[in-house]
Design a protein around this ligand. Structure first.
Ligand SMILES: Nc1ncnc2c1ncn2[C@@H]1O[C@H](COP(=O)(O)OP(=O)(O)O)[C@@H](O)[C@H]1O
Ligand SMILES: [Mg+2]
Length: 255
């Protein structure tokens, strides 16, 4: 497929005999916001874990931006430009929003404003670059007004945006978002969706797991449907909603 940024195929992963992934495959074209949906237990989070190297897959191949990233460690994968956020926003340390972003500065893991401060010689310019990047990221996410606030004091929606901000610091090409609007009210969900759409306009590509179908309908094209550890189908939101197999997969969940 032309412009394919990410291509995974034949992914297998079991947990204690339970097959979480059973030959899962997916492609993400550059410049899209691709949705990944499916009933609970379909294997969506496990796909994210395998793509980002958090959990090794037992079989399959993952190609990203022209490189075979199968089996690479998470920090190697994020350095190549594939980063993820987590379903449950991890706790934020006792830092301001600005400091939280600086901790996730681009470059090598562990290389951030703190190490820059303790590495005389190249520290000043590096620190300035990181602060510029953090301000730019805050601007893109509408967080400029709260840069000096403690991260822990942010609203639920702002925390979600800050989580995206941490991912953005390293100038990724592809961001995996696991339920970016889960647990936030509809108005904020709409704002987060707007920010994601605006980021796509700057050239970023997204793969998004989201249960809120209004958000999927609004943001995602194409939408990939997973069931039982494999890709069931893929299409526009309208196409997959009209697909009997997709309806059955979700109904099977309730049965
Ligand atoms: N770390 C794990 N340990 C044991 N089982 C897991 C683990 N991660 C996922 N699973 C199992 O794998 C299957 C797929 O889960 P998951 O990828 O979380 O699905 P989804 O995100 O689509 O709801 C489920 O049966 C789940 O219980
Ligand atoms: Mg999940």
């Amino acid at each position: 497929m032309p412009n394919t940024l990410l291509s995974a195929s034949g992914l297998e992963r079991s947990f204690y005999g339970v097959r979480a992934l059973n030959g899962a495959a997916l492609d993400v074209r550059a410049g899209t916001i691709t949705g990944l949906i499916g009933p609970n237990g379909a294997g969506k989070t496990t796909v994210f874990n395998c793509l980002s190297g958090v959990i090794p897959c037992e079989a399959g191949q993952i190609l990203f931006d022209g490189a075979d990233i199968t089996g690479l460690r998470p920090e190697q994968i994020s350095q190549l430009g594939l980063v993820r956020t987590f379903q449950i926003a991890r706790g934020f340390p006792k830092l301001t929003v600005l400091e939280t972003l600086l901790l996730h500065g681009d470059g090598q893991p562990g290389e951030n404003v703190l190490t820059a401060v303790f590495t005389p010689g190249r520290s000043r310019a590096r620190e300035r670059d990181l602060i510029d990047r953090a301000r730019e990221v805050a601007e893109q996410l509408n967080l400029t007004g709260v840069l000096e606030n403690m991260s822990s004091d942010l609203s639920g929606g702002q925390k979600k945006l800050l989580e995206i901000g941490r991912a953005l610091m390293g100038r990724p090409k592809l961001i995996l978002l696991d339920e970016p609007v889960a647990g936030v009210n509809p108005a904020l969900a709409g704002e987060i969706a707007e920010r994601i759409a605006a980021l796509r306009e700057t050239g970023l590509t997204f793969l998004i797991v989201e249960h809120d179908m209004d958000i999927v309908a609004r943001l995602c094209d194409p939408v990939i449907v997973m069931a039982a550890g494999a890709r069931l189908t893929e299409g526009t939101f309208d196409e997959i909603v009209a697909d009997r197999r997709v309806q059955d997969a979700y109904l099977g969940q309730r049965a």
